[in-house]
Design a protein around this ligand. Structure first.
Ligand SMILES: *Cc1c(COP(=O)(O)O)cnc(C)c1O
Length: 846
C-alpha cells in the first residue's frame, strides 16, 4: 500500500547530545574531518547506511544507542570539542575582517546550482561545484556572502546503465525535511514566501529554504508548495529539466524571486543588505531587472535605476561557445514581462532591448541571457586567462569600435576548495614528505580507489542484471600497483569522452603492456536529452565490458561529489582532452593536483595558464589549424597515446624518483594557485570591492546624472571626429630609440567638452598591415578651449621606446569618473582612415 502523505519525524536528542543537531545542520561538517569522524563514530553502521549523511544518520539512529552515547564521556568530550570548534569558526574574525580597505558589507551570489556535498544533491557538474567551493572559501575567509539558488525536488538525475550500456536516469524525490535545510520563517512562525505574477492571472509562489554553509547562508527557493497550481509547483522540479517555458520560469524565480528572498532574509535576520550582486553564469540575470523595479518603485527613472544596478552587479561568464548560451524566444519573454506579467512598471520593450543579440545570418534574434548579463553588469569576467580572451572575442560585438583586447571582460581563474577535495592523508601531513612516506601514501590512496571501484562496479553489474555468480572477475579488476589514470566529467561532445578509443588496438596494448601497463577509470553523465552523449558512454562501456581489458579499464556510473572525492586522490594521472579552447577553465584537474595526482591535458583552461613540465604533461592540440574534426581527433589521439607510451608510463615505472619529485612540485607550487581561497580573494579585490564602491557612489542623484550624461554622449557621439593629427620632432631618419614625439590632435567634440572625453595616443609596433600589436595608450591633454567650430586641441609627448616598425593613432573615448572602463559605452572615435599614422611621412621607424 502507498502512503498518501509523507513527513519525517525528527529524533529528540538527549540533552548532552544536543550539539549534534547543529553540527549536522551546518554543512561545514562536510569539509571538517574531525566532525565527520565524530558522526561516523556515533554509529559506524548507520553512517555507512546513510551514505555519510549526518541528517539521515540522526534520523535513523536507535534511541538505545543515543542513550549510551549520552553517557559516554569520551564521546561527549569529542562532541564538546567539535561544537566549540564550530562556534569559533563561525565567530572569529578572519581574513575579510582584517582587510585594510573597506569591503562590501554583504554580497549576494546567485547560481542555478550548488554542489556543497553529496548529501545535498543540487548540482549537475562543474558550474555547481564551483559555486559550492565559492561559498565554502568565502566562509573560510569570512567574506559575507549570501548564496541564492533553487531547491530542485528531484535534484539532478542519478545515473545507472542498462545491460547494453545505455544511460538510465532516475530522479529520486528529495524531501526537504530530511535534508540539512530550515524554512525561513516570518516573525509569526509562518513560512516566508515570495510570489511572482504570471500571465493570465496565474502566480508562482515559493518558499525559502536555508542551508548553512559554514558562515554563509544559502537560500534555496522551492515552488513545490500547495498554494501553487500543479504546473507552477513543478517549476523547481528538476535541475535543467523541462521545456523552454519552464526554464524561463526557473530563471525568473531564481533572479526575481531570489532578490525578494534576499530582502526577506535580511529583514527577518538583520543581515546587512548586499551591496554587490554576483551572477554565476547568465541564468540568474533577471536579478538586475528586479532591482531596477525596486528603484523605480522608489521614484527613479529607468535609465538612472539601470546605472545604479549596473554599478553593483558582477557577471561571470562560463561558456566559450555561443551555442552554450541560454536564449529564449522573444515572444515568450514579452509575454512574461508584458502587461499582466512580472515587473509592472518596467516596460517590456526595455527588457527585450537588454537581451537583444545580433542574430546569426538568416535567423531571428533571440533573447540572450548572457548579453543581458553583460548589459546589466558593469563588471564581467571569464574564468581563466585563456577564457577571458575567448570571451572578449565572443562578446566583442557589444563594444563596436573596440579591438577584442579592449573589451571590458576580465578573467579570474577558478579555484577549488582544498579542505573539501584533499584526502586527509595528504592534508594532515606536516612538513616535507620523505620518498618512502609519499610512496606509501600514494599506494594506499590507489589501493583505496581499487576497492571503491570494485564495490561500485559490482553494484553497477547487479543493477545491469548480472547474478553474483557471474561477477567473480570483479575481484581482479584494477591493481594497486599499476599506473592509474582518471577521466571523469560531464559528457558534452567537446570534452571528448571517447578520444582514447580512437585506436582501440593501441589503447589495448597500453592497457596490457607486459612491463608498463596502465589502468583507466572513467565516469561521466550525459544530459538526459543528449542522445549523442549517451552513445559515447555506450561506446565506452562496451569497450570496458570486453573480457580482454575489463580488468584494466572501467566505467563507473553516477559520477558525483561522493565518487569524485575518492577518485581524484586515488589516481596517478588525471586526463583531460577537450577541444581547445572550449574548456572555459576545468576544475577536476585542480582537485587532482591537490592530492599529488599529475595532470596530462590539452593546454586549455587553467592548464594553459599554469602548466609546467614539472607538474605534468601536455597533449599537443591542433586547434586553429583549420583541420576537420575527424582529422583533428586523429592527430590529438595519436599525441595522447604517444605521451602515455613515451613519457608518462616510462616515468612512472622507470624513474620513480622523478615521479615523486613531480608530485612534490605539484603539491608545493601548483597547489597554492588552484585554491578557491585565492579565487574568492581575487573576486573581492578586483570585482566586489570596486563594485561596492561604484554602487555607493551611484546613489539616486548621481545615478540620474550619469544616465543623463550617457544619453548626452550617445546623442552627440556621431559628431565627434578626429580631424587632424600631427607629430613634431618626427622627420624621416632622425628617429632613434629614446627620442620623443610631440603629438597634437584636433578633435571636434560637437556639444561635448574636453572633460567628457579622454583623447589617447595609441602606439606600438605595427605589422605588415599597419595593425598595432600590443599597443600602449597615452592620454593627451587639452590646450585652451574650443574654437568657433567646436574644435579642441589635445597635445602630449609620445616616447619612442621600441625599435622596429612603429606606429600610432589617436582615439577619443567617453570619460567619466563613474565609468569602470573607457570601453563601457562601446563608443570610440578614431581618424577617419582608420589605419594608424606612421611616423615621418609614412616611413616605418627602423
Ligand atoms: C569538479 C567536478 C566537476 C567539474 O570538473 P571539470 O574538470 O570542470 O569538468 C564535475 N563533476 C564533479 C562531480 C566534480 O567534482
Amino acid at each position: 500500500m502507498k502512503a498518501i502523505r509523507r513527513f519525517s519525524v525528527r529524533p529528540v536528542l538527549p540533552e548532552p547530545l544536543r550539539p549534534l543537531s547543529e553540527l549536522a545542520r551546518n554543512l561545514r561538517w562536510s569539509w571538517h574531518p574531525p566532525t565527520t569522524e565524530l558522526f561516523r563514530h556515533a554509529d559506524p553502521e548507520g553512517w555507512q547506511r546513510s551514505g555519510g549523511d549526518p541528517m539521515r544518520l540522526l534520523g535513523t539512529i536507535q534511541a538505545a544507542r543515543l542513550a549510551r552515547l549520552a553517557t559516554d564521556r569520551g564521546f561527549l568530550r569529542r562532541l564538546g570539542l567539535a561544537a566549540g570548534d564550530l562556534h569559533d569558526y563561525l565567530t572569529e574574525p578572519r581574513w575579510y575582517q582584517q582587510a585594510a580597505e573597506p569591503l562590501p558589507r554583504a554580497i549576494a551570489y546567485f547560481s542555478p546550482e550548488f554542489g556543497i556535498t553529496a548529501a545535498l544533491p543540487q548540482y549537475s557538474g562543474g558550474l555547481g561545484i564551483l559555486a559550492g567551493d565559492h561559498l565554502k572559501a568565502a566562509s573560510d575567509i569570512g567574506a559575507p556572502l549570501i548564496g541564492v539558488g533553487l531547491l530542485y525536488r528531484h535534484g539532478y538525475f542519478r545515473q545507472s546503465l542498462s545491460r547494453d550500456g545505455w544511460q538510465q536516469e532516475r530522479y529520486p524525490v528529495l524531501d526537504p525535511d530530511e535534508l540539512p535545510l530550515e524554512l525561513l520563517r516570518e516573525a509569526d512562525g509562518s513560512p516566508a514566501e515570495v510570489a511572482l505574477s504570471l500571465p493570465a492571472g496565474r502566480s508562482l509562489r515559493a518558499r525559502i529554504w536555508q542551508a548553512q554553509v559554514g558562515r554563509v547562508p544559502l537560500l534555496l527557493l522551492d515552488s513545490g508548495v500547495e498554494e501553487n497550481a500543479p504546473a507552477e509547483r513543478d517549476v523547481t522540479d528538476r535541475l535543467y529539466g523541462g521545456g523552454r517555458e519552464q526554464r524561463l520560469l526557473q530563471e525568473m524565480l531564481l533572479g526575481i524571486g531570489g532578490v525578494r528572498a534576499v530582502r526577506a532574509y535580511c529583514r527577518l535576520t538583520g543581515h546587512a543588505e548586499p551591496e554587490v550582486f554576483h551572477t554565476n553564469e547568465g541564468h540568474a540575470g533577471f536579478l538586475g531587472l528586479e532591482r531596477i523595479r525596486e528603484l523605480m518603485d522608489d521614484g527613479a527613472h529607468f535609465a538612472a535605476a539601470l546605472e545604479s544596478v549596473r554599478a553593483g552587479t558582477v557577471f561571470t561568464t562560463h561558456t566559450p561557445v555561443p551555442a552554450g548560451i541560454d536564449r529564449f524566444e522573444r515572444e515568450l519573454v514579452q509575454r512574461h514581462f508584458g502587461d499582466d506579467g512580472e515587473l509592472p512598471g518596467v516596460d517590456a520593450a526595455r527588457v527585450l532591448e537588454l537581451g537583444m543579440e545580433k542574430p546569426a545570418a538568416g535567423e531571428p534574434p533571440l533573447f540572450n541571457m548572457a548579453v543581458m548579463g553583460m548589459r546589466l553588469a558593469q563588471r564581467a569576467n571569464g574564468v581563466s586567462t585563456l577564457h577571458g580572451e575567448v570571451s572578449r572575442q565572443m562578446f566583442a560585438a557589444l563594444w563596436p569600435g573596440f579591438d577584442p583586447a579592449d573589451v571590458p571582460i576580465e578573467s579570474i581563474t577558478n579555484g577549488v576548495h582544498a579542505p573539501t577535495w584533499t584526502a586527509p592523508e595528504i592534508a594532515s601531513h606536516q612538513g616535507a614528505f620523505s620518498d618512502a612516506k609519499l610512496t606509501a601514501i600514494r599506494r594506499s590512496l590507489r589501493e583505496q580507489l581499487v576497492h571503491e571501484v570494485r564495490r561500485r562496479l559490482r553494484d553497477s553489474w547487479r543493477q545491469r542484471g548480472a547474478s553474483p555468480a557471474e561477477l567473480g572477475w570483479i575481484e581482479h579488476v584494477l591493481d594497486p600497483d599499476v599506473l592509474t589514470i582518471g577521466f571523469a566529467r560531464r559528457v558534452p561532445s567537446y570534452k571528448r569522452l571517447t578520444l582514447m578509443l580512437h585506436d582501440r588496438e593501441r589503447l589495448t596494448r597500453l592497457l596490457l603492456h607486459p612491463e608498463r601497463p596502465v589502468q583507466i577509470v572513467v565516469a561521466g553523465k550525459a544530459h538526459p536529452a543528449d542522445d549523442s552523449g549517451k552513445r559515447l558512454i555506450q561506446e565506452l562501456v562496451r569497450f570496458t565490458d570486453d573480457p580482454r581489458v575489463r580488468h584494466r579499464v572501467v566505467f563507473l556510473p553516477d559520477y558525483g561529489m561522493g565518487m569524485a572525492r575518492r577518485l581524484y586522490p586515488g589516481c596517478d594521472v588525471w586526463l583531460n582532452n577537450p577541444l581547445r579552447p572550449l574548456e572555459a577553465c576545468g576544475t577536476s584537474g585542480m582537485k587532482a593536483a591537490l592530492n599529488g595526482c599529475l595532470n596530462l591535458s590539452v593546454l586549455d583552461g587553467w592548464w594553459d595558464e599554469w602548466y609546467e613540465p614539472d607538474f605534468g604533461w601536455t597533449i599537443p592540440s591542433a586547434d586553429g589549424s583549420g583541420l576537420t574534426a575527424e582529422r583533428r581527433d586523429a592527430i590529438e589521439a595519436a599525441a595522447l597515446y604517444e605521451a602515455l607510451e613515451e613519457q608518462v608510463a616510462p616515468c612512472f615505472y622507470e624513474r620513480p624518483g622523478r615521479w615523486l619529485e613531480m608530485i612534490r612540485q605539484t603539491l608545493d607550487r601548483l597547489g597554492p594557485k588552484v585554491l578557491a581561497d585565492r579565487m574568492v580573494r581575487d573576486y573581492v579585490h578586483t570585482l566586489y570591492a570596486p563594485a561596492a564602491r561604484a554602487h555607493r557612489e551611484l546613489d539616486g542623484e548621481s545615478a540620474a546624472e550619469l544616465a543623463d550624461w550617457k544619453a548626452r554622449v550617445r546623442d552627440q557621439w556621431p559628431r565627434v571626429r578626429v580631424e587632424h593629427v600631427e607629430a613634431q620632432g618626427a622627420t624621416g631618419d632622425s628617429l632613434e630609440l629614446g627620442a620623443s614625439l610631440s603629438l597634437r590632435a584636433q578633435i571636434n567634440l560637437g556639444e561635448l567638452a574636453a572633460p567628457d572625453v579622454e583623447v589617447q595616443a595609441v602606439a606600438g609596433r605595427v605589422d605588415e598591415s599597419d595593425t598595432l600589436t600590443e599597443p600602449v595608450t597615452v592620454p593627451l591633454k587639452p590646450v585652451g578651449g574650443a574654437d568657433l567650430e567646436g574644435r579642441w586641441t589635445f597635445e602630449g609627448p609620445l616616447a619612442l621606446d621600441r625599435t622596429g616598425p612603429f606606429g600610432y593613432t589617436v582615439r577619443v573615448l567617453p570619460a567619466h569618473p563613474l565609468l569602470a572602463s573607457g570601453a563601457e559605452l562601446g563608443l570610440a572615435a578614431a581618424p577617419s582612415d582608420a589605419a594608424p599614422g606612421t611616423v615621418g611621412s609614412g616611413m616605418p621607424l627602423r
